[in-house]
Write a protein that binds this ligand. Structure first.
Ligand code: MG
Length: 251
């Protein structure tokens, strides 16, 4: 699953490097699709359940599943969650990152840093013998410590030949509870955290999930293999599994 993960990360990184005021999310979608296809992959999201694009691009109060559009022009201070997935040789990679467009509001910056750290803390728990509840609790405790909201209706998931497999990987839970993690399992961990209330709704386009109070949201995701040697992040390219927070950070 490494090639699928690496290509997913490369697409995410390249998209992030193009995020700056004036760019449309449709442009970002075209960049991701061309990179994925150029390297022999297929965009995992395009056509998935009828989704019309190769990436999800969710701006500010949009939590997940934002549809790229020529009409969405990024502006100074936006935070932009990008989700990319690639299928290579029948295996899926899935990852996401919230980038800054220019300089974010200080509280939005804190939201993003805390959500990214939720992901890191959760990955540390992805070892054999631990439980899904240990992953959820790691996310929940860190987010709540900072006073942020945890989206409950959307969760991480198993990954394999299909993008969404069992088990569900919630961003909340109790330590020691839930499915026992075993070497060989592959899961996507993806905290979705809100600055205000985590209550959400889906827009009339039937995809885009937004906070009801229109507070900002952040979303970070990696695909992780559970191994006897510890968590192995599969969504990793030559530059590693993490992206810069700053959009427009050209490599
Ligand atoms: Mg996912």
């Amino acid at each position: 699953m490494r090639p699928a993960g690496a290509l997913s990360k490369m697409a995410l990184r390249r998209v992030g490097a193009r995020i700056e005021p004036g760019v449309t999310t449709a442009e970002l979608d075209r960049i991701a699709e061309s990179i994925i296809r150029m390297h022999g992959g297929v965009p995992a999201f395009k056509g998935y359940g009828g989704f019309p694009a190769s990436i999800c691009s969710s701006v500010n109060a949009e939590i997940v599943h934002g549809i790229p559009s020529d009409e969405v022009v990024l502006k100074e201070g936006d935070i932009v969650s990008i989700d990319t997935g690639a299928v290579v040789d029948g295996w899926v990679g899935d990852n996401a990152w919230t980038f800054y467009c220019g300089t974010p509001d200080p509280l939005d910056r804190e939201l993003c840093e805390v959500t990214r750290d939720c992901l890191k803390l959760a990955i540390d728990k992805a070892v054999p013998g631990n439980h899904l509840g240990d992953i959820g609790a790691a996310v929940q405790e860190h987010a709540e410590r900072h006073g942020f909201g945890i989206v409950r209706e959307y969760v991480g998931h198993g990954v394999g030949h299909v993008m969404h497999e069992e088990p569900n990987v919630p961003n909340y839970g109790r330590r020691g509870r839930g499915v026992t993690l075993q070497a060989g399992m592959v899961i996507a961990i993806e905290p979705m955290i809100t600055r205000g209330s985590p209550k959400n709704e889906t827009l009339a386009n039937r995809w885009t999930v937004v906070t009801r109070d229109r507070s900002t949201a952040a979303h970070y995701e990696n695909t992780i293999a559970i191994t006897d040697d510890g968590p192995l992040i599969l969504t990793e390219d030559d530059e590693g599994p993490w992206c810069p927070m700053e959009g427009g950070a050209h490599a």
